[in-house]
Ligand binder design. Structure first.
Ligand code: UDP
Length: 236
């Protein structure tokens, strides 16, 4: 597979075309951003750790029967993925209160959310990714009613697979964000699953292993991403 021209550079990943029109290369960069790109740093090895973390999770989801865009690892920082027609919404699932939910509704961080809370956000940096609901998605044609249903079902299924996986490593999967796309008429999980887009806490001490270390200047960001990967059985 040959790497061709750059298609799109996001805040932490770059997408390249290949000689196969159905396959893209996803390069995980060391760039780390928070607060709508206001805070940006280069963190040594983050691209590599996130690439390997993402591959591990995507493979676990595939084994559990969830279709993902992941094809294979190419090198330390690059993975081959299926080209998807992305749906411009973010699906957030929360098992414990944290971040935006705690701020918005005044709920104490760490409160168990049972049943878990599902939220949609519009993927639009200029509008600061506003929270939306099914109705907005259908009225504005971002996805169909059936696609909305599938995104919710798949997000819950991802949680059912990952919560026990993280628990085995003594970790709480606090919340996470997923993005989906269309491929051959199916809804497929795209983007990434890394500590940049989820919250992971130690089950006993609530120590943070995710991007809140960067957002809140807690230090040793990539080291904690690596430790979380190790707790999931990965050696990086
Ligand atoms: N998240 C993300 N990208 C976004 C917004 C949120 O990956 O653009 C993730 C975030 O890391 C967390 C979850 O989605 O794991 C819920 O985020 P929240 O709404 O609490 O917002 P935040 O406090 O992260 O701004």
């Amino acid at each position: 597979m040959q790497k061709k021209q750059e298609l799109y550079a996001g805040k932490a990943k770059t997408v390249y075309e290949t000689d196969d029109p159905n396959i893209y290369l996803l390069e995980f960069r060391n760039d780390t951003s928070a607060f709508d790109g206001e805070k940006v740093r280069q963190l040594t090895d983050k691209g590599k750790v996130n690439n390997l973390f993402n591959a591990h999770i995507m493979q676990a989801l595939e084994v559990a029967g969830i279709a993902t865009h992941f094809i294979k690892l190419i090198d330390d920082k690059t993975s081959a993925v299926k080209c998807l027609d992305m749906i411009p919404v973010e699906c957030v699932l929360r098992n414990y209160a944290a971040g935006g939910l705690s701020k918005r509704l005044g709920i104490e961080e760490g409160q168990v959310l049972s049943p878990p809370i599902f939220e949609f956000f519009l993927k639009d940096d200029a509008l600061h990714d506003p929270m939306i609901c099914d109705s907005h998605i259908m009225t504005f044609g971002w996805a169909s009613e059936d696609e909305v249903r599938q995104m919710k079902e798949l997000t819950c299924k991802v949680n059912d697979v990952l919560q026990p996986l993280f628990a085995e490593g003594g970790l709480q999967l606090v919340d996470f964000k997923l993005e989906f796309g269309r491929c051959d008429g199916n809804i497929v999980l795209g983007d990434e699953f890394t500590p940049d887009g989820c919250r992971i806490w130690d089950a006993k001490t609530q120590e943070k292993f995710d991007k809140d270390r960067f957002r809140r200047d807690l230090g040793d960001v990539v080291e904690h991403y690596r430790l979380a990967a190790e707790r999931l059985g990965l050696v990086i």
